[in-house]
Structure formats: structure tokens, C-alpha cells
Design a protein around this ligand. Structure first.
Ligand code: PLP
Length: 443
């Protein structure tokens, strides 16, 4: 297909989308909060998309030849790496899959043994922890500091043993803790710093991305996150070999690392696609069918790459609006007696995933239950800070007693979050202000 044909498709698709929008205001469900008016629910987040993402996706669908992960995924991996300062990245079908292949790749690369220990926060998202266990390693939990809800660095220090090989960090709703102190602990004890960056894409400490010193990092493109490709995730690193291993785990375990147009090269990127690849077998084998690790299939359709490329262009705007909304909405909630909003530290530039709100005691009339009920009854979506103390959940009961993490125990009772995504407009923020004022008057 020629370039003119593709361009003409694009304008035809745009015209079609616009005519649909004229006929039916609900036709683009991908835009959470679209055509919002008082009385409708305010989604806490959602894809910050317009016609561009749909046009890119349809165009890939109608002009693609293979349709699974190919040239658009490859370009997205390259542009994502440039934007967030990594040498290489591999896209997978979710942030959870990114964590899974990241830990698998690191275990292989460093030769970690089963039951080697990785330190992780007791509070947070389950699939930060699960891949540690799924890869035969041992998660060692750390309590939180109730001031900023991030892991307590002194408790982290106390949990380091001879078997500790790494720490996996996941800043609460994107908000960094004291990275200087953290990095000095990691360096002194020669631990690998792994970043679950799913909630903190683009967050900085002293003007550098949080992931700068990480051996590898993961990211999610689920609709609640900064960039959305429907579902999707990325593993990134400055160590190209780690990404090759991660790609192998995500692509059935195969040894061949050709991506995009490289797949069409007769002799592959390595130049010796047909060679004696198998030890103990003297004949020539196609490298595409040589399996170096016991892998999965966590690839994505190519159209998710084309959506990602458009989203990446919007990242700076998304970052700016998330920060603006956090300030405006945070101030509204601060007016509720006994309520505390978590703010960024002096050296941080947080790319907020959501606004962490800490409520007063259960016996106060402004406790979490009453505030959340009022907001939800009035159409403002709220969310738990994920699992709270993970060890309270059936899946983790055998690992440790939740009582050993007393600060994490308080999270379900006192902490929740509201959104600050760009799908929340200034008009919606004014409405939230109105609702909170009414709540305060009525109580
Ligand atoms: C910190 C963290 N890690 C991992 C994930 C999993 O990402 P996904 O939903 O894309 O699997 C999430 C999801 O929101 C998350 O918040």
C-alpha cells in the first residue's frame, strides 16, 4: 500500500469517526468522562485518547500483513526507550507480564538460586510480588512509613540478609521516597535495584528519572495508567542482554531476537539464522526455532504499538495535567477535618498516578468509610490503595503474619485515593469542590 493510500485511509477514518460522534455522544466509550455533565459518574482515570489513537490502530489493522507484534511495537519500544532514557525495551501484554519476564530475565542473567531473597513492600499491588514467588525466589516484606506510605527504609535495611539479592521498588501512586538514602543502602549492600515503575512513569528525583539507576524496570499501559494502549506493559533496561533474555521469555522462549522488519531478513540480524545452533546436534537448524529459556507467549498485537506511539507524544501533557489536577483536587480534600494528603518530597517531581488521602480515626465522623461512601454515592470514583497489607489476603497468608507490619495494617482502614488523570476536567474538579463543601456543611 502506498503512502498516499494510507494517508487517504486516515482521513476517511477520521471523517467516519467524526460523523459517528455527531450522531451519538456515547459512541467513544474509550474516552472516560466524555461529555460529562452533573449527575454522571466521574471516572478516576481512563484512556486519554482522541481520534488519533483510533486512526492509528485501524490503520495498522487494515494495512498490516502479520498483525501480531511487529514494526509498530518495535518503533514504540525504541521511542519509549528514548523518551525515558533506556538503552532498550520489550513490550508485553501487561504490567504484570512485564514484572514476570523482568524477574525471570534477571534471575537467569545473575544466576540467582531458588529461595534467594528479594525485598518488597508489604503494601501495594499483588503482581509486584507474585513474579518473585513464581520464579522460585523468596519475597521478604518491609513495613511502610505511615508518613508517606512508602516502604520504611530503616525496616528495609534491617531485612537484608546474606541471601538478599535485590530489592523491588514501587513508589506509592508514583510518589518517590528518599531516593538518595535508598540508593546508598542498595550500593553499600551490593543489591540489585529493580523498579516496578507501573505507577511512576516519568517521576523524577533530582531531575533524573527514578529508573536511572535501576538494573531493569517495568511499566503498565492499562487504562488507569499514564499512557494507555488498552492493555500492555514494557520492560526496560540499560543492559541490552537483560532485555534480550526478557524478550525471549515473552516470545515463547526462543533464542532469535529479530523484531519488526528484522524478521524478514533472510539470514536474521545475527547473520547466521541457519547454523549449528544445538549442542550435540551437528546439523544446521533455523535459529527461529531454537529455545534458550522456558518461555511464555506474552506478545501484543501490533496495533497496540501504533496506539503507544501516539500516546507517547502526549506524555508531557499528561504529566503536566496530572500534576495540576493533583494540586487542585488535593486542596479540596485537605479541607476535611483530620484528613491528610500525601505531597511530594523536596527533590521529587512526581508524575502522580492518583492522590493518596489519609483519613482520620475510625470513630471520627470524617473517617474513610463516611468520606468514601459520600463520594461514591455522589458519583465520584474512589479506589483503595490497592491491596493494603498484602499479607492479610488469602493468597499470601502462608508467607508471614500481617501483624508484623503494623503500619501497613492501617492502610485499609484509613487510606484511599482519588484520580488526577487528564480525563478529569476543571469542570469536574469544580463539581468535586461543590460536593465536598456540601459534605462539610451537612456534617
Ligand atoms: C505497581 C503496579 N505494578 C503492576 C501492576 C500491573 O499492571 P497491569 O494491570 O498492566 O497488569 C499495577 C497495576 O495497576 C501496579 O499498580
Amino acid at each position: 500500500m502506498s503512502l498516499t493510500e494510507i494517508t487517504s485511509h486516515k482521513s476517511q477514518i477520521a471523517n467516519f469517526l467524526n460523523s459517528l460522534a455527531d450522531d451519538n455522544e456515547e459512541i467513544f466509550p474509550y474516552l472516560a468522562n466524555r461529555n460529562w455533565k452533573k449527575g454522571k459518574q466521574i471516572f478516576y482515570s481512563g484512556p486519554y485518547w482522541d481520534n488519533e489513537e483510533i486512526i492509528a490502530a485501524i490503520n495498522t489493522l487494515i494495512s498490516g500483513k502479520w498483525l501480531s507484534a511487529g514494526e509498530n511495537i518495535n518503533k514504540f519500544e525504541i521511542n519509549f526507550s528514548k523518551k525515558f532514557e533506556f538503552k532498550r525495551s520489550v513490550m508485553v501484554n501487561s504490567g504484570s507480564s512485564a514484572n514476570l519476564v523482568m524477574i525471570a530475565a534477571l534471575k537467569k542473567y545473575f544466576g540467582w538460586k531458588n529461595s534467594d531473597e528479594i525485598i518488597v513492600c508489604a503494601c501495594g499491588f499483588p503482581t509486584t510480588v507474585n513474579p518473585i514467588i513464581q520464579n522460585g525466589l523468596k519475597p521478604v516484606f518491609v513495613d511502610i512509613d505511615f508518613e508517606d506510605l512508602n516502604w520504611d527504609l530503616n525496616s528495609l535495611l534491617a531485612k537484608i540478609t546474606k541471601k538478599t539479592v535485590a530489592v523491588i521498588s514501587s513508589p506509592v501512586l508514583g510518589n518517590p521516597y528518599d531516593m538518595d538514602k535508598f540508593l546508598s543502602i542498595v550500593k553499600e549492600h551490593k543489591l540489585e535495584y529493580i523498579a516496578d515503575n507501573c505507577d511512576s512513569l516519568g517521576s523524577k528525583w533530582k531531575d533524573e528519572f527514578l529508573t536511572k539507576e535501576a538494573v531493569a524496570s517495568s511499566c503498565s499501559f492499562y487504562p488507569a495508567h499514564h499512557i494507555c494502549t488498552i492493555e500492555g506493559g514494557m520492560v526496560s533496561s540499560n543492559n541490552e542482554e537483560i532485555i534480550s533474555i526478557a524478550r525471549s521469555f515473552a516470545w515463547w522462549g526462543r533464542d532469535c531476537y529479530c523484531v519488526g522488519v528484522q524478521n524478514k531478513l533472510k539470514n536474521g540480524t545475527c547473520g547466521k539464522r541457519f547454523d549449528k545452533w544445538l549442542d550435540g546436534y551437528s546439523k544446521v537448524v533455523d535459529h527461529k526455532y531454537v529455545f534458550g529459556v522456558q518461555g511464555y507467549n506474552l506478545k501484543t498485537p501490533d496495533l497496540l504499538g501504533s496506539i503507544g506511539l501516539v500516546q507517547l507524544e502526549k506524555y508531557d501533557e499528561i504529566h503536566r495535567i496530572r500534576r495540576e489536577n493533583k494540586e487542585l483536587i488535593g486542596k479540596i480534600f485537605e479541607r476535611i477535618p483530620g484528613t491528610r494528603i500525601i505531597n511530594e518530597k523536596e527533590y521529587a517531581e512526581t508524575s502522580w498516578f492518583g492522590i493518596p488521602i489519609v483519613c482520620s480515626e475510625i470513630d471520627s465522623k470524617f473517617n474513610k468509610k463516611s468520606v468514601v461512601k459520600y463520594l461514591e454515592d455522589n458519583g465520584v470514583q474512589t479506589r483503595n490503595y490497592f491491596a493494603g497489607n498484602l499479607l492479610m489476603h488469602p493468597a499470601y497468608k502462608d508467607l508471614d503474619d500481617p501483624i508484623n507490619y503494623p503500619n501497613a495494617l492501617k492502610v485499609l482502614d484509613k487510606v484511599f485515593f482519588v484520580g488526577c488523570s487528564p480525563v478529569i476536567s476543571k469542570e469536574m474538579i469544580n463539581h468535586i469542590d461543590f460536593l465536598v463543601t456540601k459534605f462539610l456543611k451537612e456534617n
